[in-house]
Design a protein around this ligand. Structure first.
Ligand code: FAD
Length: 384
């Protein structure tokens, strides 16, 4: 749903300009230094990107899913590390509060998230619990008006920068399944919470992940999201379902960028006395990429519209994440191929995208987990 096309156009135009004039020129330096300059972060805040999904009543832009997709398609036209900083906050980091938080929790945190004063992380994965997230072992045991948290969370995006963590922990150790899990808002700086050293990653330099370690960390009971125990896994799944459409939109944006770069190269580069873009074998790579991007773009917009209508989009969200992330990987591979040897050399930039986009098939549910979700929903519908 697009509420006001003119307002959305103005926002998307502003993001496109920011991407073109500020982020694209900074890509190589950010990859080199592994840091996004503070000045660019300030500009992201000024554009309202940190408050994209926060309702207007709490100081954000309150975009619909379709509007969010349009902004992410524009944001995808540059290194995905830039999106990671605010996208993790407006996406998985803060959605738990937005979807299931109490009014007091929303009032306390959403306005500060909207301005970018607070960065939010989503802490679900553990060393022993990745795809099987419901088996998580971090415990949060009630002790008076606090919960005492113990455990380790792994690969947590933005952990070194986060002001708050949406933490999933087991409040009922007797219940080993999803029903024993609750969600909390834990503030950085709470005694007993520490951050591990930054992970060295394959790509997306500038975006940082680390372990988050809880050792007898006392979290006030008022930080239990929604005030109810046992709801945390459901909250996490709702958050991830929305996140899958968001990530799929980014995949489409980045694939468009890589294809544009490959096409620019193909019409410039000459071999055998002609532009390589004239060779039909190169054209096949361009055409397959174009068609797959178009398909993914259409899927993402369709799923976003359905979610805005209030429909159950569990299947559609997983279809989008599966298809768009795999498509993005294929486009990256073809783009490197079209660049030839230059595709392997850092100066040309395309090998950086090739490494950056590999992550899309892994996090927020691997491709195999998306297949499982899709097939499980199909079988359930066929047998009920
Ligand atoms: C850069 C980065 C950022 C991340 N950010 C966050 C974050 O902010 N918050 C957070 O909570 N987590 C985060 N993660 C964790 C991420 O979501 C997990 O890595 C991912 O869900 C996979 O879990 P795993 O790594 O334990 O792999 P595993 O679950 O061990 O999977 C290994 C392989 O087995 C396959 N597999 C597993 N189960 C099945 C099955 N039932 N059927 C078929 N195949 C299966 C998987 O598809 C995969 O191919 C991040 C990870 C990375 C790398």
């Amino acid at each position: 749903m697009i509420r006001d096309p003119q307002t959305l156009d103005a926002l998307v135009d502003a993001v496109e300009r920011f991407v073109r004039e500020r982020l694209v020129p900074a890509e190589a330096a950010v990859a080199e230094t592994d840091e996004i300059p503070d000045e660019l972060v300030r500009e992201m805040k000024a554009l309202g990107l940190f408050g994209l999904t926060v309702p207007e009543a709490y100081g954000g832009l309150g975009v619909t899913m379709e509007e969010e997709v349009m902004v992410m398609l524009a944001m995808g036209q540059t290194s995905p590390c830039f999106r990671s900083l605010f996208g993790t906050t407006v996406g998985i980091g803060s959605q738990g509060i937005l979807l299931d938080g109490t009014e007091a929790q929303k009032k306390k945190y959403l306005p500060r998230l909207a301005t970018g004063e607070l960065i939010a992380s989503f802490a679900l994965t553990e060393p022993g619990a990745g795809s099987d997230a419901a088996s998580l072992r971090t415990t949060a045991i009630r002790d008076g008006d606090h919960y005492v948290v113990n455990g380790t969370k792994r690969f947590i995006t933005n952990a070194p920068h986060a002001g708050i963590f949406t933490l999933m922990a087991r409040t009922d150790p007797a219940n080993k399944g999803a029903g024993g899990v609750s969600a909390f808002i834990v503030e950085a700086g709470t005694p007993g919470l520490s951050i591990g050293k930054r992970d060295k990653k394959m790509g997306q330099r500038g975006a940082h992940t680390a372990d988050v370690i809880f050792e007898n960390c006392r979290v006030p009971a008022s930080q239990l999201i929604g005030g109810k125990e046992g709801q945390g896994f459901k909250t996490a799944m709702k958050v991830l379902e929305k996140g899958r459409i968001h990530i799929a939109a980014i995949c489409v944006g980045v694939a468009e960028r890589m294809l544009r770069d490959a096409l620019d190269y193909a019409v410039e580069r000459e071999q055998f006395g002609q532009r390589i873009a004239e060779f039909q074998l190169v054209q096949a790579m361009l055409a397959d990429s174009k068609a797959e991007i178009y398909a993914a773009r259409s899927m993402v917009i369709d799923a976003a519209r359905k979610r805005d209508e209030g429909l159950d989009v569990s299947t559609e969200a997983s279809c989008c994440k599966l298809f768009a992330s795999e498509m993005c990987g294929r486009v990256a591979d073809r783009a490197v191929q079209i660049f030839g040897g230059a595709g392997y050399i850092a100066d040309y930039g395309i090998e950086r995208f090739y490494r950056d986009v590999r992550l899309f098939r892994l996090y927020e549910g691997t491709s195999q987990i998306q297949q499982i979700v899709i097939a499980r929903n199909m079988v359930r519908e066929a047998t009920q």
